[in-house]
Design a protein around this ligand. Structure first.
Ligand code: NAP
Ligand code: ZN
Ligand code: ZN
Length: 348
């Protein structure tokens, strides 16, 4: 066990504060990563604030991690000291169930191990990326292509893959009308990825404040959801809607925007249930779906595509000590469009 510096939550309400956490010794298949950048995902805030249930404190969150390999175990073959690598939301899974075997570790039938607030092999609680180092099994470590600026790579490990996976699964592409609800961290990646896949992209945001950004990122249309007219004007207008909103919304309003056989897929994870009448689904033979992150192979595919096509998140780089202010801005939907913590500024 080694102690490393981290920004840690001691309760649901206290600000994050510098401290130390334990990392396991590097095992035969493990990689030790010196973390360079860590993205701030809204899930970090949901988790610490107890939105999804009680969590054990102290807890260090962060599952958008990039850094440099500084040590590898004796049996490691995929990564070497000096490599630029990334870790997302998973650090382990059973590798044996049908879903793991199919490369869909995020749907491991025994449950994958979350990067933070998960149960590690030794029974300890996993601790995330707001820290200087992490030890991870090589299978869950991704290669970061050289052409992706390092600080922009971190958000791809959650925001990127979480939107890429459903866009691929529901076949965003030429001739498909895709709406992205919420232009935050996930939403601004969804817009870029759907546009790169050739879909006609519409942003549905609370206001028109981010309109110029949405169009620059690749959307063709942009509408405000605080205008009731939006929901009549766009009725039956989409084949696929990706909901990235972190709060409860009226799903029926959005389902009514789907064309025949359209799908509304939710990746946003508000704590409250969202009711839907069955008759709203009967109309136009609609589907309501959910999706979580993506498999390891698929994550590498997404990273390689982003490198090839020059796709990257827009980031606001902060020092570790600014993390609490950044969280408040995420909660106010004021992030443009992902905060990334410079881990070299970690002091304790
Ligand atoms: P984020 O950066 O805060 O973006 C969320 C966006 O939702 C905001 O920018 C805002 O967009 C919109 N929004 C916020 N409050 C709203 C409200 N009350 N009504 C309507 N719209 C609202 O968050 P994120 O990091 O992208 O994460 C989004 C959600 O996805 C979170 O719930 C997170 O936990 C979840 N998530 C799920 C997965 C998964 O695997 N399924 C993975 C990562 C994250 P506008 O200003 O444009 O309206
Ligand atoms: Zn996330
Ligand atoms: Zn499994």
């Amino acid at each position: 066990m080694t102690l490393v510096s981290a920004y840690t939550a001691s309760s649901a309400t206290a600000p994050l504060a510098p401290g130390q956490i334990r990392r396991r010794e590097v095992g035969p298949r493990d990689v030790l990563i010196q973390i360079a950048w860590a993205g701030i995902c809204h899930s970090d805030i949901h988790t610490v604030r107890g939105d999804w249930g009680t969590v054990p404190y102290p807890l260090t969150v962060g599952h958008e991690i990039v850094g440099v390999v500084t040590e590898v175990g004796a049996e490691v073959t995929r990564h070497a000291v000096g490599d630029r690598v990334g870790v997302g939301c998973m650090v382990d899974s059973c590798r044996e169930c049908a879903n793991c075997q199919a490369g869909q570790e995020q749907y491991c039938l025994r449950g994958f191990t979350d990067t933070y607030n998960g149960t590690d092999r030794d029974g300890s609680v996993t601790q995330g990326g707001y820290s200087t180092h992490i030890v991870v099994d090589e299978h869950f470590v991704l290669r970061i292509p050289e052409s992706i600026p390092f600080e922009k790579a971190a958000p791809l490990l959650c925001a990127g893959i979480t939107t890429y996976s459903p866009l691929r699964h529901w076949k965003a592409g030429p001739g498909r009308r895709v709406a992205v609800v919420g232009l935050g961290g996930l939403g601004h990646m969804a817009v870029q990825l759907a546009a790169a896949m050739g879909a006609e992209v519409t942003v549905l945001s609370q206001t028109l404040n981010k309109r110029d950004d949405g169009l620059r990122l690749g959307a063709t249309h942009y509408h405000a959801t605080n205008d009731p007219e939006t929901f009549t004007r766009l009725r039956y207008g989409f084949d696929l809607i990706v909901n990235t909103v972190s709060a409860q919304i009226d799903l029926e309003d959005y389902l009514n925007l789907l064309a025949l056989d359209g799908t509304l897929v939710t990746v946003g994870a508000p704590p409250e249930p969202m009711p839907v009448r069955m008759f709203t689904l009967f109309d136009n033979r609609r589907s309501l779906a959910g999706s979580t992150i993506g498999g390891i192979r698929e994550t590498q595919e997404m990273l390689d595509l982003c490198a090839e096509r020059g796709i990257a998140p827009e980031v606001e780089v902060i020092e570790a000590a600014q993390v609490n202010d950044a969280w408040e801005r995420v909660l106010a939907a004021d992030v443009r469009y992902r905060f990334v913590i410079d881990m070299s500024t970690m002091t304790s």
